[in-house]
Design a protein around this ligand. Sequence first.
Ligand code: GRG
Length: 295
Amino acid sequence: MIDFKKAMTDTADAVDEVLDDLLQRMEGPENQLLEAMRYSALGGGKRVRPFLVVASADLFGVSRSRSLRAAAAIEMIHCYSLIHDDLPAMDDDKLRRGRPTVHIKFDEATAILAGDALLTKAFEVLASEATHSDARVRADLCLAYAKAAGDRGMVGGQMLDLVAQDHELDVPEITRLQRMKTGELISVSCEAGCILGKVSAETRTVLRGYAHDIGLAFQIADDLLDVEGTAEQVGKATGKDEAAGKATFVSLLGADRARKQANLLVEQAVNHLNIFDERAVLLQELARFIVNRRS
Ligand code: GRG
C-alpha cells in the first residue's frame, strides 16, 4: 500500500535539498539577501505545489533530477508571493509558517528584494539546461510559469482581491478571483509534469481538470481554516477575512455548504485521474489531504 504521508515528507525533504543547493550563500554584505531567501524558502510549509510537480511528472516517467528543479522553482514563486503578501502594504502579517514573517525577521526592503530575487531565480532554474536538455521544453515551462504567476494569474488575482475590498463579491466573482490568485499556481504545478513528460494535449486536459478542482477545494479549505483554525495550528493569523469584512466561500455559502462543495470538488478531482489506475493514487490522496488538512 502507498504511504501518502511518507511520500509527502520524502518529496519535501528532496525539494529542500535542491532549494538548499540552488540558494547558496555568498560572500559579502549582499549575503543578507540570500539569508532572507533561504529563511523563506527553507522555512517549512506543506510543499503542496512541489508535490504536485513531482507526482505528475512521475506519472510520465520523468527523472527526479528534472522534476525536483521544476518543483523547487514553483516553491520559490510561492514563497515570493507569501513574502510580498505579508508586507505592511498588503496583508501586514507578522506570522507565517509559525515564525516571524520575512519583513519582521529582516526588514521591509530586504523582504521586497528577497521576493523579487526568488521570483527571478525560479526562471533562472527553469531556463537552465539541467532542468531539461530540450530547449523547447524549457521555454514551455518558462511560459507556463510566467502566465500562471503574472497579470492574468496570481498577481492579477491579488489585484482583484485588493480592489474587492471596496465592494461585495458574489460566488462567481470570488471563484474567478481565487482561480487566478491560488488556482493558477496549483494548475501549473500539474502542467509542469506534463510539459516535462512531453505528453499529449488530451492527457494535459485530464490533469488540468484535476488541478482546477483541487485548486478551488484548496481555497475553500483555506477559508474554512481561517474561520475554524487557531494561529497555533495554522501557523499564521486566523479570523482575518471576517475581521476585514471580506467575502469568502465560507461567508457566502456558510461553513457546511462550503465544506460539502470542497468534498464534491475533491471527488470530482479524484475521478478525473481514474484513467491512470493506481499510478495516480498519490495525486488522488493529495486531493483528499487538501480538504482534510489542519494547517
Ligand atoms: C503578493 C504577488 C503577490 C501575490 C499574493 C498567493 C498569494 C497572492 C498570497 C498568499 C496569501 C494567501 C493566504 C493566499 C491564499 C491561499 C494560499 C496561497 C495559502 C498559502 O499556501 P499554503 O497553504 O502555504 O500552501 P504553505 O506555508 O504550506 O506553503
